[in-house]
Design a protein around this ligand. Structure first.
Ligand SMILES: *Cc1c(COP(=O)(O)O)cnc(C)c1O
Length: 408
């Protein structure tokens, strides 16, 4: 299916060096230079093909250049791309209506990146605490979970417990409390009368696809309702079909007060994020208090509108469920043969590699040599988030490559 290679060839090496010369070294990419993408596959500058099992961290849930999404973007490019919110545009309203309906909520606040959606959620929660709940000015706290990943702004890394994400970037914003993930009793103990919100990922992605114990999300919901605290679900990576349901919260039949969405919302074409909630919460924000030059732009809204329509059919969620079962089955077959643990939710997997075999990075590099793209996280884990358009036979082939790599 693909050439097996071990070393980057000259053309690839030159492009990598040229990039490294003038792009800040804030990432450590695998040594492949991608030039084209279609569906679940990409090809590099030499024309070698790779199965993409990362999907840009779930931003490519619908695969590369899905025809319906490309068509929507192209049509909109020919008409209108940007107005700023100083004026209305004829696309934002229909996107927001469709997204609100998909989420079963009243309102949408559009932004661009995931981190902006998280920052927006924090601002909304604090404004709600002061204006609705009656928390004294500047006294609000937000409870977050250990092992979280919510983005890269200074406020957000300030409540990360990953030293790589946070060390050297202080001083940090106060007002956050960290509790162990998956521990409802610890959460209950951390909430007080000044708590505005609980902010968690329903499944922790960057942490290695960490799935909380059954009943945890329900307990979070109950605690938040009892204590009059907003439940903010960061579904930027877990949401929009990835786990076999529209939202990961659906797995426990739980509805948060605010959904934070991003990544796949932009169809793998452009950045588009949103905070989605009911009027009694999102309505606390008034004109002039929050915004974004590109937030809600017609080009992004046109793509987002089609993303929402595609999810409304349920087809992608069903694929994620069926193919996820298939992936789980195949990956569990590797337990004890170089794999120490497997965590799967829909078409999303964290695979812990036996240190005897190598690090997650080393396994990812060897998989690259066999035409499979994955990304390591936290040392020993590789994360798989294939496009939801992948085929079962392609999953089989990819797991076969992993088997070969693990066998050394
Ligand atoms: C990726 C991610 C973010 C940040 O999104 P950006 O678009 O990179 O700013 C926030 N939360 C979660 C759960 C994510 O996976």
């Amino acid at each position: 299916m693909t050439d097996i290679r071990t070393e980057p060839d000259t053309a690839t090496a030159e492009l990598i060096d040229a990039e490294a010369a003038h792009v800040a070294h804030n990432y450590h990419p695998l040594p492949v230079v991608v030039a084209r993408g279609e569906g679940s596959w990409v090809s590099d500058v030499e024309g070698r093909r790779y199965l993409d099992l990362l999907s840009a961290y779930s931003a490519l849930n619908f695969g590369h250049r899905h025809p319906a999404l490309v068509a929507a973007a192209t049509e909109q490019l020919g008409r209108l791309t940007l107005t700023s919110r100083a004026f209305h545009n004829d696309v934002l309203g229909s996107f927001a209506t469709a997204l609100a309906e998909l989420a079963g909520k009243d309102m949408v606040l559009p932004m661009n990146t995931g981190a902006e959606a998280v920052e927006t959620g924090i601002k909304v929660a604090r404004a709600w605490a002061y204006r609705v709940k009656g928390v004294p000015t500047d006294a609000a706290n937000i409870v977050v979970a250990a092992g979280n990943f919510h983005g890269r702004t200074t406020t957000i890394v300030g409540f990360s417990d990953d030293p790589q994400a946070r060390d050297g970037f202080g001083p940090f914003a106060p007002g956050f409390r960290t509790v162990p993930y998956g521990d409802a009793a610890a959460l209950a103990a951390a909430i007080d009368e000044h708590t505005a919100a609980v902010l968690i990922e329903p499944i922790q992605g960057e942490a290695g696809v960490v799935i909380p114990p059954d009943g945890y999300l329900r307990a979070v919901r109950e605690l938040c309702t009892e204590q009059r605290v907003l439940f903010i679900a960061d579904e930027i990576q877990s949401g929009l079909g990835r786990v076999g349901t529209t939202f990961a919260c659906d797995r426990e039949g739980v509805v948060p007060d605010l959904y934070l969405l991003g990544k796949a919302l932009g169809g793998g074409i452009l950045p588009l994020s949103a905070v989605v909630g009911d009027r009694d919460v999102l309505g606390v924000i008034h004109p002039g208090e929050h915004g974004s030059t590109f937030g809600g732009n017609p080009l992004a809204a046109a793509v987002g509108r089609v993303v929402v329509d595609m999810l409304a059919s349920g087809e992608f969620q069903s694929r994620a469920t069926a193919l996820g079962d298939h992936l789980r089955d195949r990956l569990e077959g590797l337990l004890g043969s170089g794999v120490t643990a497997v965590r799967v939710a829909g078409l999303w997997a964290g695979v812990d590699i036996d240190p005897e075999i190598g690090t997650g990075r080393e396994v990812a590099e060897r998989l690259l040599g066999r035409g499979v793209l994955v990304k390591d996280t936290h040392g020993q884990t590789i994360r798989m988030a294939p496009p939801l358009v992948i085929r079962a036979t392609e999953i089989d082939w990819a797991v076969e490559q992993l088997k070969v790599v693990l066998a050394g």
